[in-house]
Design a protein around this ligand. Structure first.
Ligand code: 5AD
Length: 348
C-alpha cells in the first residue's frame, strides 16, 4: 500500500486495479490522507476558497432515486427565487467578501438560458467568479451562459458505471451526461464533476473508474460525497455511504489530479461533526457555505439534516490547522485568472 501511495504522489498515476486495491485496504488510511494533504499544500496552497451557494429553485424534472427534490417527491414545497432575489443574495454575499457565487437549482427549465444569462451578467458586475450548477442543457444553452460571463459549471457524473447510472436515474442518458461535461470543457468552463459514494452495488473498481474518468475529462473541480438516504425517496431504506471510503476517494482524487479544486462537501459534515475538517486535511481546499435564506434552505432538502457552515467557527478551526481563508477567486491552481481558451492556445 505504501508503495502505491508513493507511486501516486510521484507520478499522479495509478491503474484501475491499483486504485481499487487502495480503496479496499484500510491498513494505510492515515498515510493516504497525509499524502493527499501534502500534495494539496504543494499544488493548491494553504488557502481555503469559500464559494457562496445560492439554491435558487428546487423545481426539478429529474427523478434521481436518491435525491430529496426529485420530481416524484410530492411532499416537497417547491419554490423559485426571482431575478431580483437572486441578484440581491449575490450582492450580499459579495459584500461580505465571497469571491465566487454558485447558482444551483434542480433541473428547472422555467429558467431559460437567456434568463439565466441576464442574471449571470448582472452578478459578474460584482467582480466575482460565477459557477452554475443547473444540470443538463444543450451545447447552445451552455454557450449562451458562457458568453454571459459564467466561469465555472458543476455537474457530477454521480457514477461512471453505466448500468448503475441508469438504475439510479430513470429515463436519463449516461451518454448525454458525458456529452454535457465534454461540451462544458470545450466551451472553456472550469468544469466540476464528481461522484456519490455508497450507491448500491457500487464496487471499489467502479469508484476507481470514477477517479480515472475525472482524470480523462481533466476536470477542474471534483465534489465527492457519501450518499445520505432521504426518507421520501426510493432509497430511504439504504444505509448511508461510508465517510472513510468517501475520504479515501477524495484523497486519491487529489493525488491523481494534484492542482484541482476539491470541496469539503456538506454531505461529509452531515455524517460526522468534524467531516468537513477531516476532508480539508485529506486533500480538500474549498468550502461552499449556503447563503440561501433559511426560509428556502429548508425546502432544498436533497438529503436530510444538511450541515451549515458557521463562519466564525470555520475560520477559527482553519487557523488552528494553519490554513487561511482566501481572498482570491480561486481558479484551478489557485490563480486569480481563469484559464481562457486563448491562454491554452498561447501555450501551444
Ligand atoms: N445524499 C448525498 N448526496 C446527494 N446528492 C443528491 N442527493 C443526495 C443524497 N441523498 C448530491 C448529488 C448531486 C449533488 C448536488 O447532491 O451528487 O449532484
Amino acid at each position: 500500500m505504501r508503495d502505491l501511495i508513493e507511486k501516486a504522489v510521484s507520478t499522479s498515476r495509478l491503474t484501475r486495479d491499483e486504485i481499487a486495491a487502495v480503496l479496499g485496504d484500510n491498513s494505510c488510511n492515515q498515510e493516504l490522507f497525509a499524502a493527499a494533504d501534502r500534495v494539496r499544500k504543494q499544488f493548491a496552497g494553504d488557502e481555503v476558497h469559500l464559494r457562496a451557494l445560492i439554491e435558487f429553485s428546487n423545481f426539478c424534472r429529474c427523478n434521481c432515486l436518491y435525491c430529496g427534490i426529485r420530481a416524484g417527491n410530492n411532499l416537497v414545497e417547491r419554490y423559485r427565487l426571482n431575478r431580483e432575489q437572486i441578484i440581491s443574495l449575490a450582492k450580499k454575499a459579495s459584500a461580505s467578501g465571497y469571491k465566487t457565487i454558485v447558482l444551483q437549482s434542480g433541473e428547472d427549465i422555467y429558467f431559460t438560458a437567456e434568463a439565466l444569462a441576464e442574471i449571470v451578467a448582472e452578478i459578474k458586475k460584482l467582480d466575482v467568479a460565477v459557477t452554475l450548477s443547473i444540470g443538463e442543457r444543450s451545447y447552445e444553452e451552455y454557450k449562451i451562459l458562457k458568453d454571459a460571463g459564467a466561469d465555472r459549471f458543476l455537474l457530477r457524473i454521480e457514477t461512471t458505471d453505466k448500468s448503475l447510472y441508469e438504475k439510479m436515474h430513470p429515463k436519463a442518458s449516461f451518454e448525454n451526461r458525458k456529452r454535457c461535461l465534454y461540451d462544458l470543457k470545450k466551451l472553456g468552463f472550469e468544469t466540476g464533476t464528481g461522484c456519490l459514494v455508497g450507491l448500491l452495488e457500487q464496487t471499489y473498481e467502479s469508484l476507481a473508474d470514477d477517479i480515472l474518468f475525472f482524470k480523462e475529462l481533466d476536470a477542474d473541480m471534483i465534489g465527492i460525497g457519501p450518499l445520505i438516504p432521504h426518507e421520501h425517496t426510493p432509497l430511504k431504506d439504504c444505509s448511508a455511504g461510508d465517510l472513510t471510503l468517501a475520504l479515501k476517494v477524495l484523497a486519491l482524487t487529489r493525488l491523481l489530479l494534484p492542482d484541482i479544486n476539491i470541496p469539503a462537501t456538506t454531505a461529509m459534515e452531515t455524517l460526522h461533526p468534524e467531516g468537513r475538517m477531516m476532508a480539508l486535511q485529506s486533500g480538500a481546499n474549498v468550502v461552499m457555505p449556503n447563503v440561501t435564506l433559511d426560509e428556502y434552505k429548508s425546502k432544498y432538502e436533497i438529503y436530510p439534516d444538511k450541515a451549515n457552515v458557521n463562519y466564525g467557527e470555520l475560520s477559527e478551526k482553519l487557523r488552528q490547522i494553519g490554513r487561511t481563508i482566501s481572498e482570491k477567486k480561486g481558479f484551478r491552481g489557485n490563480s486569480d485568472r481563469p484559464l481562457t481558451l486563448n491562454s491554452v492556445t498561447d501555450l501551444e
